[in-house]
Design a protein around this ligand. Structure first.
Ligand code: NAP
Length: 500
């Protein structure tokens, strides 16, 4: 293992990177980060560039024994970290915030190379991740409690909040740094140690973050990172292990349900940030330019690969045609290409399966009567690209109305009345986010309250903000990340009865 923790590169298959790209990839440690040290593994996990399909490098692939070693390190570090004064924990988090911002260009390049999102979006994600460290640095010193008299007198109730303990944090590939930051920052602020398992396709952003956290002063064992190609084998023993006290998962509803079943066996506390099927409602009294801007943001962020992506766009009949035409015009103008190329807005999808899924969903919608206003055909360029696509007259029975599209496809249907719009928006087992566009405040608030989602964007297409509580209802999850409640996910309430 070299000093950067990397020795498992598959040099012969490397993508042709320019010098800056090569330097960025080489700068990331490639080992398992356990107990403050980088460890090698006999098994290599290749990391691909989705824009070319070629191998960028490889990282150490953790076996179940490595996962248990990481948990042992997190357990050993727990008591000292919980005792570390909140102000000292906050100072470390704040250093991490500044370090991330100072290193944003390198980190963004790594992210773009392993995940495909255009560089400006990757820079935005680094800034978003950094903001979680600042936000939770500020929250770390505000862990309040209570002191109150028993109603019958004779004793006092002391209420305090304590760290839940060693936490398992599992993250997806679509926001490879921010989804980790959204868990690590509150866990550390609360006084919890953690074992982080990044997504197999995008481990580099998390490994780079681990190095930055160590540099910022996070003690050995407090944050451990294990990448693996076999998540089931690695994670199941960790969930079954009584030393793990918490699972915070971001990913698909299917995997979330599987993990909830495993957690039930030890009654482990869970936070679940799962899939979405966001409706975006445009009423005929909306500012249409604002609605198109909002739809573009809600649809195209991360090339459509976001849990918050507008999956079903429902437009009131009177403005449906004008809205669709304007959206198609805007989407047609979005340059597609490798995320590192200047001006590119539409990068590749994460892999060939993702492209095949989008193709299948678009074909199914077409068979059921949807019209293709833009795109709809895979181009023959290498890499896993799918072009911006606008479908109109999409019927509710089209499969893409019931599953996450996870691609740059705007699926537009029409509605006539507010009641119908709300009923159709709610007709899904998911409930993460919805978007509403109307200039009528009364209607806006009425509809926001009636929507069965954890979040609503009213006249705006982006809701994510570290200072706001992010999360869903129904099959979109349990718990909230960010905001003043985000830290609660890593705290237990303890009541102490005191006789006076
Ligand atoms: P995924 O397949 O559920 O994977 C998420 C994470 O779980 C990955 O690290 C994955 O590892 C791991 N995993 C898979 N099977 C596992 C198992 N049996 N035991 C333990 N861990 C396991 O989801 P994804 O495709 O990466 O991400 C896209 C999904 O995430 C979408 O549904 C999206 O809506 C959702 N998401 C939700 C939010 C939110 O805040 N609500 C945010 C972002 C994304 P591997 O990488 O090795 O498969």
């Amino acid at each position: 293992m070299d000093e950067s923790g990397g020795s498992t590169g598959l040099r012969e298959h490397e993508a042709p990177l320019d010098a800056a790209e090569r330097a960025a990839i080489d700068s990331v440690p490639k080992g398992l980060f356990i107990d403050g040290a980088w460890r090698d593994s006999p098994v290599a996990l290749p990391v691909l560039d989705p824009a070319t399909g070629r191998t960028l490098c490889s990282v150490a692939d953790a076996r179940p024994a490595d996962g248990l070693a990481a948990l042992a390190a997190a357990t050993a570090a727990q008591a000292d970290w919980a005792r570390t004064p909140p102000r000292a924990r906050a100072d470390i988090l704040m250093r991490a915030h500044h370090a991330l911002l100072a290193d944003a260009d390198r980190l963004a390049l790594v992210m773009t190379l392993e995940m495909g999102k255009p560089l400006p979006e990757a820079r935005g994600e680094v800034a978003y991740a950094a903001e979680f460290f600042r936000w939770f640095a500020e929250e770390a010193v505000r862990l309040d409690g209570g002191y109150l008299p028993a109603p019958a007198g004779g004793s006092r109730f002391l209420v305090t909040r304590q760290p839940v303990g060693p936490s398992l944090l599992i993250t997806p590939w679509n926001f490879p740094m921010a989804m980790g930051a959204r868990k690590i920052a509150p866990a550390l602020a609360a006084g919890c140690t953690c074992v982080v398992k990044p997504a197999e396709q995008t481990p580099l952003s998390m490994l780079a973050l681990a190095a930055i956290l160590a540099e910022a002063g996070v003690p050995a064992g407090v944050v451990n990172v294990v990448s693996t190609a076999d998540p089931g084998a690695l994670i199941a023993p960790l969930i079954a292990d009584a030393r793990s006290r918490k699972l915070s998962f971001t990913g698909s509803t299917a995997v979330g349900k599987l993990l909830l079943e495993q957690c039930a066996r030890t009654v482990m506390r869970t936070s679940m940030e799962l899939g979405g099927n966001a409706p975006l409602l445009v009423f005929d009294d909306a500012d249409l330019d604002e609605a198109v801007d909002g739809a573009l943001a809600a649809k195209m962020r991360n090339i459509g690969q976001a849990c918050t992506a507008a999956n079903r766009i429902l437009v009131q009949r009177g403005v449906a045609e004008a809205f669709a035409e304007r959206l198609a015009e805007r989407m047609a103008a979005l340059p597609m290409g490798r995320g590192t190329e200047p001006g590119v807005v539409v990068g590749p999808l994460i892999d060939a399966d993702a492209v095949a899924k989008v193709e299948r969903l678009v074909a199914d919608a077409g068979r059921r009567g949807a019209r293709v206003l833009l795109g709809g055909q895979v181009t023959d360029r290498p890499g896993t690209f799918y072009p911006p696509t606008v479908l109109t007259d999409v019927p509710d029975d089209a499969e893409l109305c019931h599953t996450e599209i996870f691609g740059p496809v705007a699926a537009i249907g029409t509605f006539d009345t507010e009641e119908e719009a709300v009923a159709r928006a709610n007709d899904t087992p998911y409930g993460l986010v919805a978007y509403v566009f109307t200039e009528n405040l009364r209607r806006g608030l009425r509809v926001c309250e009636a929507l069965e989602t954890g979040m609503v964007g009213l006249n705006q297409g982006v809701v994510s903000n570290p200072a706001a509580p992010f999360g869903g209802v129904k099959e979109s999850g349990l718990g909230r990340e960010g905001g003043s409640v985000g830290i609660d996910e890593f705290l237990e309430i303890k009541y102490i009865g005191v006789k006076v």
